[in-house]
Design a protein around this ligand. Sequence first.
Ligand SMILES: Nc1ncnc2c1ncn2[C@@H]1O[C@H](COP(=O)(O)OP(=O)(O)OP(=O)(O)O)[C@@H](O)[C@H]1O
Ligand SMILES: O=c1[nH]c(=O)c2[nH+]cn([C@@H]3O[C@H](COP(=O)(O)O)[C@@H](O)[C@H]3O)c2[nH]1
Ligand SMILES: NC(=O)CC[C@H](N)C(=O)O
Ligand SMILES: [Mg+2]
Length: 524
Amino acid sequence: MAPVEVSNVFDTILVLDFGSQYSHLITRRLREFNVYAEMLPCTQKIAELHWKPKGVILSGGPYSVYEKDAPHVDKAVFELGVPVLGICYGLQEIAWVNETEVGRGEKREYGPATLHVEDKACPLFANVDNSTVWMSHHDKVHNLPAGFKITASSENSPFCGVADEARQIYGIQFHPEVTHSTQGKTLLRNFAVDICKASQSWNMENFIDTEINRIRDLVGPEAEVIGAVSGGVDSTVAAKLMDRAIGDRFHAIMVDNGVLRLNEAATVKKTLGEGLGINLTVVDAADEFLDKLKGVTDPEKKRKIIGNTFIHVFEREAAKIQPKSGKEIEFLLQGTLYPDVIESISFKGPSQTIKTHHNVGGLLENMKLKLIEPLRELFKDEVRELGELLGISHELVWRHPFPGPGIAIRVLGEVTREQVAIARKADFIYIEEIKKAGLYNKISQAFACLLPVKSVGVMGDQRTYEQVIALRAIETTDFMTADWFPFEHAFLKKVASRIVNEVDGVARVTYDITSKPPATVEWE
Ligand SMILES: Nc1ncnc2c1ncn2[C@@H]1O[C@H](COP(=O)(O)OP(=O)(O)OP(=O)(O)O)[C@@H](O)[C@H]1O
Ligand SMILES: O=c1[nH]c(=O)c2[nH+]cn([C@@H]3O[C@H](COP(=O)(O)O)[C@@H](O)[C@H]3O)c2[nH]1
Ligand SMILES: NC(=O)CC[C@H](N)C(=O)O
Ligand SMILES: [Mg+2]
């Protein structure tokens, strides 16, 4: 029997990734109109798929089809009897497979171009007008492949759209997945819904039932599962799904690593344990973490120490659990999201190893435990929607992300109890003011950092010589790029004044106005 996979339950469009920076956006757009799509590397062998796609999209990519080492699609894609759409490199690949010349164009084309729909009857262009599309290519299809007709053109690309309607193979030179292609979403919908006949049934309500059944099948009637939860969105949603699926055979463990936010452990215990009824153990390992961090100032070392200590604590706690069945714990729950999976499977080039799925997450290595990752098909906003449907409070669902290494990477330099206490208090005041000003949900992430430099101040006629707090607030959709949040001056003034007045050990407050890149979100 084929394994129960999401793609076996929902009609699925297969996106084959040739390494374009936009590949994941194709999946994203299709899901926005409730068609499920999954991305796999372009090297995927069709015979090894456990499910049959309703259609296939070949993405763009940095290679040239005529290069010696260029990646090529498994030709079995064209034997599946389902529609195929090639985008940019994908179009060039379709031409290549059909023995049509592709070469370097005289002109590169990056940015906006005007699309001319030449064949208004082509179902791919239904309700698509002559409009702006986004181009990003240098190569050019020189001739029309045999059996194809021209469906669209642009000034620089006479074969901007081609189709072999009998075989349902379509190619376009532009990128419909980027929002700058103003009618790109209509085109993708035409392909997925009208041409491939994929049902628009992908929504979080349907997903809950499917996933609960899948977990029950996988775990069976007796086995027990452990999972690390932080009180963050991902692990809470994963834990709640697990709880619905197998009840008290799921054991959630939260580690107080001594670098959580103010009152965090107690709050999580209350919201997850009492509020959501999840079987939760909070382990106080603060001393163990802080002892190991003594004298360490290098950011990477700090991260490694915290990561390893998490594993030790977690293994120790897991060994204490004695399942009713008398057998050992068999499964480990992880809150892996789709972007993590994409990162690990995305096609980066023929010379690079493509990581496989068990490397994703990596909370525990060399473990006998089998992984369960209920969110591995979902984007963050889908996880949030799922959280709301599972009855998790709006406040928890919309919490800003908080990194596992916590305040340890927000206290620059050595992490001591005293330094953590200062950073915690300042962070608490900052977030409290953000919430009071009604800004929390407009900001993607905000926090305070403690800088290990001293600065002179004057308070109550006394000279002070204390440390500096740097405030950070960013707006982003995917955390890969980010911009700083434009607070009103009055707001910053208020926060600075409160922090200097209420937090001993701080003489000065600054606001970080660096975007990512060149900076990162965290300071370490
Ligand atoms: N203090 C903790 N105790 C136990 N597990 C933790 C702790 N901090 C992090 N983890 C584990 O590490 C994983 C990764 O953390 P991450 O911050 O990416 O996700 P999250 O905390 O679930 O959600 P969010 O991104 O909203 O913070 C978590 O899903 C959880 O399994
Ligand atoms: O769970 C986590 N463990 C980590 O080690 C870690 N490092 C960064 N982050 C979070 O990732 C996002 C991007 O942060 P950076 O721009 O600093 O890489 C931001 O949301 C960061 O808070 C982490 N989350
Ligand atoms: N964006 C792409 O897919 C580019 C394809 C190919 N590398 C070109 O330059 O034309
Ligand atoms: Mg977190």
